[in-house]
Design a protein around this ligand. Structure first.
Ligand code: GAP
Length: 535
């Protein structure tokens, strides 16, 4: 699947628009159109239903060490600034960036690649933003242009090694920036905190400074005690939250994959330290299965367990669920969700203050005055097990997913082209979205075959009946074949057509988007059949 085709379908059919497009757009921000908003809502609702609402508190699901409880939260986006100081985001949530003095563009240091090349007695690092074969091709074009050579003289370029990251380069005077004509226009790398800063109330100075949350997780940790004290849960239990997060990404790109405003679906699962590894395994496998059940199966989806040297010092396991997005070089995967064993790091940080590693232990980081650099809440966040009479700090397993990345992956996976006969039997090209019926924005479309002989009346009655329970669409415009194609492109799994026979025997045709097969159903059994098909 070529990404351009999906991007164009998303705009044409109203899945995704660039934010503030009439003013030229704003990089890293996206708007969901009428079909997109339904698709993303369906994804979030499937997650909420499967993880929280339909969760059975009484029995252990397959693979779980024991039964557990699940509850939800909806926390504010702006929280006390101390939250981010203790969590580590204030000091550590940054990327390194380089600026180009000539093009005025800004790049993430680790996302610039390039190749060393020599010609006409000069050695330069030809930098590009792409990777893989495309990056190599572009680096050659940049070098040819810089040395004023034609493509037929490409053999005058003496390459020294493969495409490597700019992070391996010390001498910036020899770097030809990705959009520069001259050498040495990139500034040395500088730290850039990814949190969006804002000011609360009338205070404009640092006293009023606050941040838009870069993850929903911290809202859950700082409410851990509230949820326990409100008496609803006993360990093991999980708290789930869906909400917006904001990161001032240096180079947002790849459609919605890396945005500056996005939605996360996060669970913090609190358990006894002795059982934490078993719970980590449960959540890793459970979350992977969730994607495959909804249609992200096959080679493009993988579960990647981190190696021991990739783990944070407090973690006893982390895995990523990754998808081979079509905009990535072949063989590359992008993260959809991370499942992390976080030990007691987060609750301890909010209790004692920002933690750092000292030897094998985590200790409160001290400032130059010997006092905690970022003081915690001082509240006792330990859990008291009143059956075992044991007080302890629970360990946390965190499955953290992105709703926008998920939506994008399901769109990429669903995009199909085939050839199907039109209403005259002539084979024609067809574009359709093979979305799981639970995710499809429109569940069924209702058509009168023609706009006469009482067909619209029957069709509208059926539409109104179905509308009570499902998102259905009524369409009486144009040839029925064209109406089918419009629904195929929107990913609508079923089309219901009222025709001459309906008026005689009270049956309708139901057409399946994927198999194109049609069968007849009793008119009064359509709602029940749809309910069964969508389950
Ligand atoms: N609380 C853990 C956490 O936030 P993360 O890996 O930084 O972990 C979790 O983010 C998920 O959020 C990612 O797997 C991804 O799906 C989504 N995400 C993160 N940054 C994003 C961005 N800039 N644009 C879109 N989605 C993003």
């Amino acid at each position: 699947m070529e990404m351009d085709k999906l991007v164009s379908l998303c705009k044409r059919r109203g899945f995704l628009f660039q934010s503030s497009e009439i003013y030229g757009g704003l990089n890293g921000f996206w708007d969901y159109g009428p079909l997109g908003v339904e698709l993303k809502r369906n994804l979030k609702e499937a997650w909420w239903r499967d993880m929280v609402k339909a969760h059975d508190d009484l029995h252990a699901p397959a693979g779980a060490p024991r039964p557990y409880e699940m509850v939800g939260l909806d926390c504010s986006i702006i929280m006390h600034p101390q939250v981010w100081k203790c969590s580590g985001h204030y000091d550590l949530f940054h990327d390194f960036m380089v600026d180009c003095r000539e093009s005025k563009k800004r790049y993430r240091h680790d996302q610039v690649n390039g190749r060393w090349v020599e010609a006409k007695g000069k050695r330069v690092f030809a930098a590009v933003q792409e990777g893989g074969e495309e990056g190599e091709k572009l680096a050659e074009q940049r070098a040819l242009k810089f040395f004023n050579l034609r493509a037929k003289n490409a053999d005058e370029l003496k390459w020294d090694g493969p495409l490597v990251s700019l992070t391996t380069v010390q001498d910036f005077a020899r770097v030809l920036g990705p959009d520069a004509k001259e050498l040495g226009t990139l500034t040395p790398p500088r730290e850039f905190n990814l949190m969006f800063k804002t000011y609360v109330g009338a205070l404009s100075g640092e006293e009023g400074a606050a941040f838009l949350r870069p993850e929903t997780a911290q809202g859950i940790f700082v409410n851990f005690k509230n949820v326990c004290d409100s008496g609803r849960v006993r360990i093991p239990f999980g708290i789930a939250q869906i909400g917006k997060s904001f990161r001032n990404e240096i180079t947002p790109r790849n459609f919605t994959f890396r945005s500056r405003e996005f939605e996360q679906m996060e669970i913090e699962f609190f358990c006894h330290p002795d059982e934490s590894v078993a719970w980590y395994r449960y959540w890793r496998d459970r979350r992977f299965r969730w994607y495959t059940d909804l249609g992200l199966a096959g080679e493009r989806l993988r579960l990647r367990e981190h190696h021991a040297d990739e783990l944070s010092h407090y973690s006893r396991g982390t895995a990523d669920i990754e998808y081979a997005f079509p905009f990535l070089p072949p063989g590359d995967f992008g993260e959809l969700e991370g499942i992390a064993h976080r030990g007691d790091f987060d609750l301890r940080s909010h209790m004692e203050g920002k933690l750092v590693k000292q030897g094998d232990a985590l200790v409160v980081e001290q400032g130059p005055d010997g006092k905690p650099k970022h003081r915690g809440s001082g509240k006792d966040l330990r859990y008291f097990d009143d059956v075992k009479k044991e007080r302890y700090l629970p360990h946390v397993i965190e499955p953290s997913a992105g709703a926008d990345r998920g939506t994008l992956a399901f769109l990429c996976e669903a995009y199909r082209e085939d050839t199907a006969p039109d209403e005259n039997g002539k084979p024609t090209e067809r574009v359709y979205l093979k979305l799981h019926p639970r995710l499809a924005p429109i569940k069924a479309a209702v058509f009168p075959l023609v706009n006469k002989d009482g067909m619209p009346d029957v069709a509208q009655r059926l539409y109104l009946e179905l509308k009570r329970d499902f998102n259905v669409f009524y369409d009486d415009g144009g040839a029925v074949g064209r109406r089918y194609r419009r629904q195929d492109e929107a990913g609508t799994p079923y089309c219901l057509t009222i025709d001459g026979q309906t008026l005689q025997d009270q049956t309708v045709t139901i057409r399946d988007r994927d198999t194109l097969q049609q069968r007849r159903l009793p008119l009064n059994g359509v709602a029940e059949e749809l309910r069964k098909l969508l389950r």
